[in-house]
Design a protein around this ligand. Structure first.
Ligand SMILES: *Cc1c(COP(=O)(O)O)cnc(C)c1O
Length: 366
C-alpha cells in the first residue's frame, strides 16, 4: 500500500512527439531540450528514450549536463545559458558539451580559459527578447575575438530566441527573424531560431537547428489550435485516488477558510494530491479533474497533501476511484489556464515526492 499520487510517463509518446517535430521541419536538425529534469518528466529516462533519434540535447546548466553524462548519454549537450563561472570551461570542453555564448563577459571567460580541446560554441543574438544575447552590433567584434582566442572550434552556430512565437497572429516573430538575418548576413554560419512554438507555427523560422522543448512533452505551446498541434500526444499523466467521501448539507463550508460553501446537499471527494506534490495551491474552484471519465471541479482550497472535489453528479463514485489531475484526456494547459499560469510551469513543478513510472511502449488510460 502506498499514497496513491503518481506520475506516469509515456516514453513512446515522447519519441512520437520528437519525430513530429522533425517531420514538421524536414530540412532542419532537431535538438531535444530536456532542461529542468525534462520539464518534470525525468531527464535521464527521456534522454535514454530519445538517444537513437536526437543528435543533440539542450539543458540549462553544467549540473544538468553532467547528470546525463553520468547516465551514459554520449550526444553533444548544449548549455543554453552558457557558462556561469570560468571554472566550468575546462570540464565543458572535456565533456564535449556545447556552449551558448550570450554576453561579453562570457566571451572574456572563454578567451582566457585553459581548455585542452576547443569549445563548440553557439553565439546567441538578442533580436528582441531582451533577456539573453549579444546585441547585433556586438556580434562582429566578439565573433572575431572568440575565433582568435584559439579556444573555440571554427564552426560557430548563430542562435536567437523568440519572445512571442506562441502568438500565431502576432508579427513580432517575423520582426525578430528579419533582425536575426540582418545581424548574421556577413557570416556563413549555421543558424538556430525555432523553439516549439516556431517549429509548429512559423516555418520561416526553421533553420539548420531547431530547439524543441515543450512540444516533446505532448502539449501545445500555441495560443490557437493548429493541425500539427492536434497530433501531439501528452507524455505525463498525473493521477491519484479518492481517499475519502462525505455528504455535506447546503450551507456547509469545505476545507481551509471554508472558502467553498455548498449551495445544495453535495458529495465531496477528498483526493491525495496537494501543493506539497506541486499541484498549484492557487487552483480555483473551477479547476477540473477527471473521475470515471467525467469532469468534476475543485471545492475549496488546495491543502498540502489533499484536494477536495464536488462529485455530486457522479452517482457511482467510490473511495479508491482513480483521479486524473492532467494527462491525455485532460490537458495540463486547461488546468493551467484555470490557475492563471501555463502548462510549462505545472509540469516542471511537480515535486520528487510523487513517484514516477515510465512506460517505454506507452499506455492508455480508460
Ligand atoms: C527552453 C528553451 C527552448 C525550448 O523552448 P520550448 O518553448 O519549450 O520549445 C529553446 N531554446 C532555448 C534557448 C531555451 O532556453
Amino acid at each position: 500500500m502506498a499514497r496513491p499520487s503518481q506520475i506516469h510517463i509515456d516514453l513512446a509518446a515522447l519519441v512520437a512527439n520528437y519525430r513530429l517535430a522533425c517531420s514538421l521541419a524536414p530540412k532542419s536538425k532537431t535538438m531535444a531540450i530536456i532542461k529542468a529534469n525534462a520539464y518534470g518528466h525525468g531527464a535521464i529516462s527521456c534522454a535514454q528514450a530519445l538517444r537513437n533519434d536526437a543528435p543533440v540535447f539542450g539543458v540549462a546548466s553544467i549540473e544538468e549536463a553532467l547528470q546525463l553524462r553520468q547516465a551514459g548519454i554520449k550526444q553533444p549537450i548544449l548549455l543554453l545559458e552558457g557558462c556561469f563561472t570560468a571554472d566550468e570551461l575546462p570540464l565543458i570542453a572535456q565533456q564535449q558539451l556545447w556552449l551558448m555564448v550570450e554576453n561579453s563577459r562570457q566571451v572574456d571567460m572563454i578567451c582566457t580559459a585553459d581548455c585542452a580541446v576547443p569549445l563548440q560554441t553557439w553565439i546567441k543574438i538578442d533580436t528582441g527578447m531582451h533577456r539573453l544575447g549579444l546585441s547585433p552590433a556586438q556580434v562582429p567584434r566578439l565573433f572575431q575575438r572568440l575565433l582568435q582566442s584559439g579556444n573555440v572550434a571554427s564552426s560557430i552556430t548563430f542562435a536567437t530566441h523568440f519572445a512571442r512565437a506562441d502568438e500565431t497572429d502576432n508579427d513580432f516573430t517575423q520582426r525578430q527573424i528579419r533582425c536575426f538575418q540582418q545581424a548574421i548576413k556577413a557570416f556563413n554560419c549555421p543558424t538556430s531560431l525555432a523553439n516549439s512554438a516556431a517549429i509548429l507555427a512559423w516555418p520561416e523560422a526553421h533553420a539548420d537547428w531547431n530547439r524543441a522543448g515543450f512540444m516533446l512533452y505532448g502539449v501545445s505551446p500555441l495560443n490557437h489550435v493548429t493541425k500539427a498541434c492536434l497530433q501531439l500526444q501528452p507524455v505525463m499523466e498525473l493521477t491519484s485516488k479518492i481517499i475519502s467521501l462525505r455528504q455535506v448539507e447546503s450551507g456547509d463550508g469545505v476545507g481551509y477558510g471554508q472558502q467553498w460553501i455548498a449551495s445544495r446537499p453535495s458529495t465531496i471527494a477528498t483526493i491525495a494530491i496537494g501543493y506539497g506534490d506541486g499541484y498549484p495551491r492557487n487552483a480555483p474552484d473551477e479547476t477540473p479533474v477527471l473521475i470515471r471519465g467525467q469532469r468534476a471541479n475543485l471545492a475549496g482550497r488546495v491543502s498540502m497533501d489533499m484536494i477536495t472535489v464536488d462529485v455530486s453528479h457522479i452517482s457511482t463514485v467510490a473511495i479508491g476511484d482513480p483521479v486524473i489531475l492532467w494527462g491525455k484526456q485532460l490537458s495540463v494547459n486547461e488546468v493551467a489556464k484555470a490557475c492563471g499560469t501555463i502548462g510549462y510551469e505545472l509540469l516542471t513543478r511537480i515535486t520528487s515526492r510523487v513517484p514516477s513510472h515510465n512506460y517505454p511502449s506507452g499506455f492508455h488510460t480508460s
